[in-house]
Design a protein around this ligand. Sequence first.
Ligand SMILES: Cc1cc2nc3c(=O)[nH]c(=O)nc-3n(C[C@H](O)[C@H](O)[C@H](O)COP(=O)(O)OP(=O)(O)OC[C@H]3O[C@@H](n4cnc5c(N)ncnc54)[C@H](O)[C@@H]3O)c2cc1C
Ligand code: SF4
Ligand code: SF4
Ligand code: SF4
Length: 398
Amino acid sequence: MLFFEKGSLKFSKYRCMQCGVCLSTCPNSALCAAKGSRCYSIKIDENRCVSCGKCVRICPATTSNSSMTPRPELLALARGFIARSVDESLRKMASSGGVCRVLIERALAGVKYDAVYTLIYPAVGTNGRPCGEAEGEWLTEPVQQERIPGSLYRPVLWGKHLCQVNPEWSDLLIIGLPCQIRAAQKMLQTASPSVRLTTVTILCRKQKSFGHSQYLLRYFKEDENNLHSVFYRGNGWPGTSGVWNEKGKKEIPFFYYAKCWNLPGCDYCSDCINAAVTDLTVADPWGIVAPEENPLGSNLVVSWTKAGHELLESLREFLTIQSISKEHLVNTLDFPQINAKANFQELSAWHRSYIHIQRRIGEIILHYCHHDSPLLTIQFILKGKIKSALSRLKGVKV
Ligand SMILES: Cc1cc2nc3c(=O)[nH]c(=O)nc-3n(C[C@H](O)[C@H](O)[C@H](O)COP(=O)(O)OP(=O)(O)OC[C@H]3O[C@@H](n4cnc5c(N)ncnc54)[C@H](O)[C@@H]3O)c2cc1C
Ligand code: SF4
Ligand code: SF4
Ligand code: SF4
């Protein structure tokens, strides 16, 4: 989070959501990012900063939570769908059903959008694997699908190149996480007020940290410097996570331990669906489609606006789209849980510290266990889910 204290600009990593948009905002190039062990820190060059406040105004961490808390009445406008790419090879690469990669491909192959902003790898090697670190980029032509990452559960500098808007562009599509979309909207509304923005939000319930990557490195006894990439999901649903090195791919079933993935800034992120500000939200269809019914994956897609609905409808040739009832949509989005997160900011300092300590203990156990099964067992015991814990103790794998 960027803020002014006694007239000078300061950065707090405890509130930073790692969207990277501030890097693109500063007219004097006074900001840069330095990679730390858990997340990026934003460094301020005091000789260049003129205290104009532009970066502070777009920083999503400065938005008050109450203004971002999703209001259940928005559901009256929403329409829910289960959607998936008709192309099975795309679904195998995708995190869920491949809706995002179909959107990127079709938005650029058609004439509707001048450019699409999305997270992307800089290149694909001769071995077909992505190289380099994924960053946000404006695309004007379709790219190799291998360059589009599946869900990356770690900080990435998504917003770094957002300012590179060509003045001739008028219709733009942006795909990103809620914090990234919020910051991008604020920035582009000021920097390029005449462009028409359509936004696709990737639902995100605080799952972004280096912790998960570090766990994978430890699990496979890999050195970060010899590694091509760490990947999560993909290869169907729920898919696998693992590492690529020069000898190839090592993978394990994808597992869920959200608390170990958490970044402090994510605790303050109040709206995981961006209902009030986005055109489409894409997610996994938890609770609606069981993985065994649909091994290659599907998306839950919510259209909140006319523009979002029209965009989805225009893809009927490339996506299988099935309408779902309001009841299903409400249950899946789980508004009480979303609001509980929004209220985190209101918790007492003691309660927040307690949650952080719990999380730290989880990470330490993860470090020494080299498998998440004991962790999940402890989690189930703490939640009173004794039956699940017993089945885990009997050796049931994730
Ligand atoms: C950090 C994170 C947390 C998530 N948490 C949940 C959750 O709790 N519940 C749920 O239902 N769904 C969650 N999702 C969404 C889900 O994993 C899929 O990303 C979503 O359903 C889209 O699937 P797809 O098949 O259309 O994606 P694909 O077609 O495979 O395309 C993936 C898209 O995601 C973009 N992308 C990947 N990682 C990032 C990132 N870190 N920042 C910005 N863009 C990125 C890519 O650029 C691409 O546009 C999360 C995603 C992420 C990245
Ligand atoms: S206050 Fe203005 S000059 Fe200083 S870092 Fe932020 S955008 Fe740049
Ligand atoms: S939340 Fe985003 S805009 Fe704010 S400091 Fe962090 S990276 Fe920069
Ligand atoms: S929870 Fe997700 S959307 Fe919210 S700040 Fe963290 S990464 Fe961004």
